[in-house]
Design a protein around this ligand. Structure first.
Ligand code: 5AD
Ligand code: SF4
Length: 436
């Protein structure tokens, strides 16, 4: 048997790309590839890319340029671009960077084995179709052996919301949900491989319709999977938080008390211009209902500053919404013009205005996040230990609120949920003592 070929995958962007990278590695595993941690010894380099903001897309081209030397040394090295830049730019990537042998979109990566054969014959391979065949049927079983205790599982892809700033409806296509039975099967395979916590993924995961009961229906099916202890989901749109899903946060013990619910802005004028189809007030009312179902839930959000037309007054309304809601975690961005989206036609705000607003917004969010971290000190949380920490004898895991928690604990607690009393809060993690 010939020696295995080495595959180096670099993943940019969201959790769905992390999931896709795993599946691409599995698909190429059948072609005799094993993963390697560095580009230097790879036979194939795949960049799994993100197109959400301008900087993310530009990074891809500068990274590709860096492989010039490697490719000159190693003519058999194949270079591929996958993910949302591949979908958005297609052939243009090969024109702009002739080093690239292969371009594959997020809906066609089950065809990678055939594409690999083509590039090995010296051809270029391009596939950015939205094919009729379901990639998940072709990919079949999760093939990786033993794995860590947490995993992502894509259940829904694409978006029909068309927020005025966002490329996702164009790069990932319209909303498609995987059939619940197929999802449950994959969850069972993951649990058999050692997984205890599954995060259900979708660009609009709470619009999931692969089960009659929507996402809540799927969660209740997963609740019955023996050995699965924790369920999470991301990312949600406020308008798709139905009663059953809110209720599940109060009644399903496997569903963790953490919710990522992007609002983007606190100004109704800007929300309208963004085509968000909700108001600041309807969002705040929704949060109140969620908190009534699960009072200790930790809320996370996404915010954009400097959307075209945003005045200082609009921005202050976003700050005020943040004060009202109180977030334990947040992601915030300067508005970035994306070609082809409706907002790209509108006049842009000056960079210094966006910069200043982002600084103020992040200062407020960081303060809220620290306050929540600090409030955990003295409390007992349940930690799913995932891996050894940096210090000998230490393990690291996540609390039910998704805080990273360090504790000294025997290695046989890896993969187990253990009560931990929090003793210390740092900016990005908590430390505690196991109660076992
Ligand atoms: N500019 C800035 N941020 C954006 N996001 C999406 N598109 C843009 C854009 N053009 C942010 C939104 C979204 C998150 C995934 O990325 O906040 O929720
Ligand atoms: Fe983009 Fe999310 Fe809006 Fe869909 S709901 S267009 S993915 S920001």
């Amino acid at each position: 048997m010939s020696a295995p070929k080495k595959l180096f995958i670099k993943t940019y962007g969201c959790q769905m790309n992390v999931y896709d990278s795993e599946r691409m590695a599995e698909a190429l595993g059948g072609q005799g590839y094993v993963e390697t941690a560095t580009a230097d010894d790879a036979d194939m380099i795949l960049l799994n890319t993100c197109h959400i903001r301008e900087k993310a897309a530009e990074k891809v081209y500068s990274e590709l340029g860096r492989f010039k030397g490697l490719k000159a040394e190693k003519p058999d090295l194949k270079i591929g671009v996958a993910g949302c830049v591949a979908q958005a730019e297609g052939e243009e990537i090969m024109r702009r960077q002739p080093l690239v042998d292969l371009v594959v979109g997020p809906q066609s990566y089950h065809r990678l084995p055939a594409m690999d054969k083509a590039v090995r014959r010296g051809e270029k391979a391009l596939d950015t179709d939205f094919p009729e065949d379901d990639k998940f049927d072709t990919l079949k079983k999760r093939t990786r052996g033993k794995r860590g205790p947490t995993a992502f599982l894509t259940v829904q892809e694409g978006c029909d919301k068309f927020c005025a700033f966002c490329v996702v409806p164009y790069t990932r296509g319209s909303e498609v949900s995987r059939d619940a039975a197929q999802v449950i099967r994959e969850a069972q395979e993951l649990v058999e491989a050692g997984v205890r916590e599954i995060t259900l993924l979708g660009q609009n995961v709470n619009a999931y319709h692969g089960h009659d009961g929507g996402l809540a229906g799927l969660i209740w099916e997963l609740d019955k999977v023996d050995g699965l202890e924790r369920i999470r989901f991301t990312t949600s749109h406020p308008n798709d938080m139905d009663d059953a899903l809110i209720d599940a946060h109060g009644t399903c013990t496997k569903l963790m008390p953490y919710l990522h619910l992007p609002v983007q802005s606190g100004s109704d004028k800007i929300l309208k211009a963004m085509n968000r189809k909700h108001t600041s007030e309807s969002y705040i009312r929704l949060i109140a209902r969620i908190r009534a179902a699960r009072p200790d839930i930790l809320l996370s959000g996404d915010f954009i500053v400097g959307f075209p037309g945003e005045t200082e007054e609009d921005f202050l309304q976003t700050m005020s919404l943040i004060e009202t809601v109180g977030y334990g975690q947040a992601y915030s961005f300067k508005y970035s013009t994306r070609p082809g989206t409706p907002a790209a036609e509108k006049p842009q705000l000056p960079e210094d205005v966006m910069h200043d607003r982002l600084q103020r917004l992040q200062a407020l969010l960081t303060r809220q996040q620290r306050d929540v971290q600090q409030s955990m000190v003295g409390r007992v949380v349940k930690v799913l230990f995932e891996k050894p920490g940096r210090i000998d004898g230490q393990l690291i895991g996540k609390s039910e609120y998704l805080h990273a928690v360090y504790a000294f604990a025997p290695a046989d607690l890896l993969g187990q949920v253990v009560p931990v009393r929090i003793t210390e809060a740092s900016p990005n993690s908590l430390a505690g003592e196991i109660m076992a």
